[in-house]
Design a protein. Structure first.
Length: 240
């Protein structure tokens, strides 16, 4: 399911996005779960596309080279402070297609909950792939399962939710091969569907976010043993 209108500024047009990022800044366990899934594929030279307010950036600061991209002006103070403190971090307030030409040859590009905000997702993925060295990875984390698309997706500025076929399709078009792809957070999928599609709520409830954060370490442990057939999100590792 897709939205029918574009947008200029995600943060200004979709206030739910800022609400969501603010909530996630307090959900350390949940953020760390996402990072732990991505970490094996990142290496020590990372381009983070769509850093937001730095909810995942905090886990990347040990990299030898970290470049953060975030075009939304409202998030600039968060990332500017990080770049001022850490000499290995550079921050550019631009989308990936406008970053400096000499910022390339990364081991990985990390793109978490961003691609769904971009109408031409294939173009964006091609730009990310162009910044990689040969053998490097684009690590994508995106919302999954089209039937779960609801009011919260719309309010967050999501054009779509993904399935594996769509990821394989755009990866092939961009000259990338899929080396790993699996669903994450089975419980969260049905919660998202119920709240956003059935109840038609538009904003994430802080109480529900705190419950999910408390459950994250246990859900992570269970899904390492029993990978879910479906989940709220898809993790995909695409190699150049």
């Amino acid at each position: 399911m897709e939205k029918t209108e574009g947008y200029v500024s995600r943060a200004e047009k979709d206030p739910g996005l800022t609400h969501s990022l603010d909530l996630l800044s307090d959900t350390y366990n949940y953020n760390h779960w996402i990072y732990s899934l991505c970490r094996p594929w990142l290496g020590d030279e990372v381009l983070e596309v769509g850093s937001g307010i730095g909810n995942l950036t905090q886990f990347l600061l040990g990299a030898n080279r970290l470049v953060c991209l975030e075009p939304e002006d409202v998030y600039r103070p968060y990332l500017s402070r990080i770049a001022e403190v850490h000499r290995n971090v550079r921050y550019y307030p631009v989308p990936v297609e406008d970053m400096p030409a000499d910022e390339n040859h990364f081991i990985s590009v990390l793109c978490v909950n961003v691609l769904e905000h971009i109408k031409d997702d294939e173009m964006a993925l091609r730009k990310m792939a162009g910044r990689l060295r040969d053998g490097g990875n684009v690590v994508l984390y995106v919302p999954a399962v089209s039937w779960a698309y609801g009011e919260m997706d719309s309010d967050l500025g999501h054009w779509r939710r993904y399935n594996k076929r769509r990821i394989r399709e755009i990866a092939e078009h961009c000259g990338l091969s899929v080396v790993r792809m699996h669903h994450v957070n089975a419980i969260g999928l049905f919660g998202w569907w119920w709240v956003g599609r059935v109840r038609k709520e538009r904003l994430i409830d802080p109480r529900k976010a705190r419950v999910m954060d408390a459950l994250a370490p246990y859900l992570s442990a269970v899904e390492r043993i029993v990978p879910p057939f479906l989940g709220q999100s898809l993790l995909a590792v695409l190699r150049k």
